[in-house]
Design a protein around this ligand. Structure first.
Ligand code: HEC
Ligand code: HEC
Length: 489
């Protein structure tokens, strides 16, 4: 099991000295102040205790198999009964994210559970043992190196048959889901209004679709209650904003974690299997029943309660933040870069902020019907927590990005080969390599690959004086994550 440092993020005093110099604003340490003296001693002592405990657990697991699994097995019924507070659920989620899945907890499938970097259709591969194994670039819960790329929907053998994806960072995603859900509600309301207008007037009614200032084209409602969605843009015709995945294919963290456990580890929640009612989805495996669809002999591999813990963990992780350079000269140049970012059209897609009405979050079981766990995103969890004006640098809309970025294979979600969701740029400085397949190691390389709807912005970027291009890059490097303690080597 990995050692988790950052429940309280720290930084070395040395680093603090450098950051403090010349800055006009206080450095946004997670607790609002820099750790010194007693606090620092206390935090380091906590980290030592945590390391000791985790080492002890490793010994225990070696001596008594199954210890680790117990740490991630959470019954939804127990959550419903109020047995765990938020901190405990976070710890379960943290353990699950770092857990190395093994055969005894359902890793693998009925056919010989061999690893395959290239996924076998929807069934997935077995391409890693833990979530943390891929999401760790730039710090825990970060992005993935290009060596952690996933090869989805392939033939199980050839990388060229697959859709290649680089792991993004998983920070701040609770706010992202809430913003998207708010936008979906707005669009749903606009559709309902158009339908009501069409019904009362007996004439087709066309409505412009717009949420959070982002246009999604238009929709025409017919008097008979049907809709013509041919002018809808950048979103599926169900009008649900799906902010997760490079193509924007999933709306909820709970469902994302469930799908990830299935395709990367062959570990299925029985909820996933139950969703298919009379027989399991054949893509889950040949299993004869819901409790073991992949027929590997392990039943109920991922508890509903563990899914709840996964979701709560993800929403309680810190949010990325903006940290301008402390050097006066560089800070001025970053400010110029920020203005250029707007004036050459980057912000048309990478919108600086999207707002959300409330930070309330409810996470309940899928089948048990118990009361959902409630939390407040701006209050509960690791610091920093972000803001109701979410500084995402995305419009959460899909765009045609041109041939250079197009996938060479179809994506079974039915989203066009060159269509991608505007990737949020928050946290960018720590989330390289860039683009959906991790092909770009620098920001200018990433921008140079933009085409399609972003062709004009790319041309304007390339036409800038070299110093101005650097200014844009400097600005983007201020989109980062909170500083952390690094152990002296
Ligand atoms: C083999 C590497 C790998 C492993 C293991 C892995 N992921 Fe991922 N993760 C990815 C890739 C690649 C993507 C982008 C997928 C896409 O675009 O469809 C991703 C995307 C995500 C996202 C969406 C982030 C966003 O902003 O779009 C979440 C959430 C996530 N993973 C959570 C998890 C969880 C939870 C686990 C463990 C159950 C996990 N991942 C295991 C590679 C991995
Ligand atoms: C038409 C919408 C659009 C415009 C305009 C646009 N982008 Fe993007 N941007 C995207 C999409 C979509 C992606 C993801 C593409 C992919 O991965 O294939 C992306 C990805 C990026 C990335 C990589 C992010 C990562 O985490 O990998 C950077 C950096 C970036 N854009 C910067 C810019 C800059 C700078 C500009 C202005 C010159 C710009 N973009 C203009 C839509 C746009």
């Amino acid at each position: 099991m990995r050692i988790r440092l950052p429940t309280l993020a720290l930084a070395l005093p040395l680093f603090l000295g450098v950051l403090g110099a010349g800055a006009n604003e206080p450095v946004p340490w997670p607790l609002g102040f820099a750790p010194t003296g007693v606090e620092l001693d206390e935090w380091v002592a906590n980290e030592e205790a945590l390391a000791d405990r985790e080492r002890f657990e490793e010994y225990l697991e070696a001596a008594e198999k199954g210890e680790d699994t117990e740490h991630i097995t959470v019954r939804q019924e127990d959550i419903d009964a109020g047995m765990f507070d938020l901190e405990r659920l976070f710890q379960f989620g943290d353990a699950a994210f770092g857990h190395e899945f093994r055969h005894m907890d359902g890793y693998g499938r009925s056919r010989l559970p061999r690893s395959s970097r290239v996924h076998d259709g929807k069934q997935g591969g077995l391409d890693s043992f833990s979530c943390a194994g891929c999401h760790q670039q730039g710090g825990v819960n970060g992005a993935g190196a290009v060596t952690a790329n996933s090869f989805y929907f392939g033939d199980g053998e050839r990388a060229s048959s697959a859709v290649v994806r680089n792991p993004p960072s998983v920070l701040g995603l609770g706010l992202v889901q809430l913003v998207a859900a708010d936008m979906s509600n707005t669009l749903d309301f606009q559709r309902a209004q158009a339908l009501a207008n069409a019904a009362s007037s007996g004439q087709p009614a066309t409505v412009a679709l717009e949420a959070n200032g982002v246009s999604f084209g238009a929709l025409t409602a017919m008097p008979d209650g049907s809709v013509d969605a041919s002018q809808v843009e950048g979103i599926d015709t169900d009008l649900i904003v799906k902010p997760f995945g490079w193509k924007g294919h999933t709306a909820s963290l709970r469902r994302f974690a469930e799908r990830a456990a299935n395709v990367h580890f062959g570990v299925q929640s029985h909820v996933l299997a139950l969703g298919y009612k009379d027989k399991p989805d054949p893509s889950l495996g040949p299993g004869p029943n819901w409790w073991d669809p992949d027929a590997d002999g392990v039943q109920r591999e991922l508890q509903e309660g563990t899914l709840t813990a996964f979701a709560i963990y993800l929403v309680m992780l810190e949010a990325p933040l903006s940290l301008p350079p402390t050097d006066d000269g560089l800070r001025e140049r970053a400010a110029l870069g920020s203005a250029l970012f707007r004036s050459i059209g980057c912000a048309a897609c990478h919108r600086e902020s999207l707002s959300v009405g409330s930070d309330r979050w409810w996470e309940g079981g899928d089948t048990t019907g118990g009361p959902p766990v409630e939390l407040r995103l701006l209050r509960d969890g690791e610091k920093p927590r972000g803001d109701l004006e979410v500084q995402l640098f995305s419009d959460l809309k899909r765009h045609h990005m041109g041939d250079a970025l197009a996938d060479s294979n179809d994506d079974p979600d039915g989203i066009g080969r060159d269509v991608f969701l505007t990737r949020p740029l928050w946290g960018l400085a720590e989330s390289g390599p860039y683009l959906h397949d991790g092909r770009a190691s620098t920001v200018p390389e990433a921008v140079a690959s933009h085409g399609g709807e972003a062709a004009d912005a790319r041309s304007l970027f390339l036409a800038l004086a070299p110093e101005d291009r650097t200014n844009v890059e400097l600005f983007l490097m201020s989109l980062t994550r909170v500083p952390r303690l690094r152990m002296p080597q």
